[in-house]
Write a protein that binds this ligand. Structure first.
Ligand SMILES: [Zn+2]
Length: 108
């Protein structure tokens, strides 16, 4: 079972207390986006074998959304941070680079 530390309330919580929200750091389509860009935003998501940045909500706790950097193969967690963060913090990127090396570039 996946256990994550909520960056808002600081609790270590089981996966059953959380709700997955899919890929993080999506660029929202705008009124000026092409049809292909809108289609990509609405329907296409990355599903990497390796490090993935994903949104989770602490549903049965503080109710807030946060981002987890996790390996989809091993479930190794490299870091968690608040959902309002526009890109992965340096500490998370460094943790991935230190443990995975080459996968850092693929994940950004
Ligand atoms: Zn929380």
């Amino acid at each position: 079972m996946l256990r994550l530390k909520c960056p808002y309330c600081g609790q270590m919580v089981d996966e059953t207390e959380l709700t997955p929200g899919g890929e993080a750091h999506l660029k929202r389509a705008t009124q000026n986006s092409s049809d292909d860009e809108l289609l990509d935003y609405l329907f296409n998501r990355r599903n990497p074998k390796g490090v993935h940045f994903e949104r989770w909500r602490h549903t049965f706790g503080c109710g807030k959304w946060f981002v987890v950097a996790r390996c989809t193969v091993t479930h190794e967690v490299f870091g968690v941070y608040k959902a309002q963060t526009l890109k992965p913090p340096k500490s998370v990127v460094d943790a991935i680079a230190n443990r995975r090396g080459h996968e850092t570039q693929e994940s950004q």
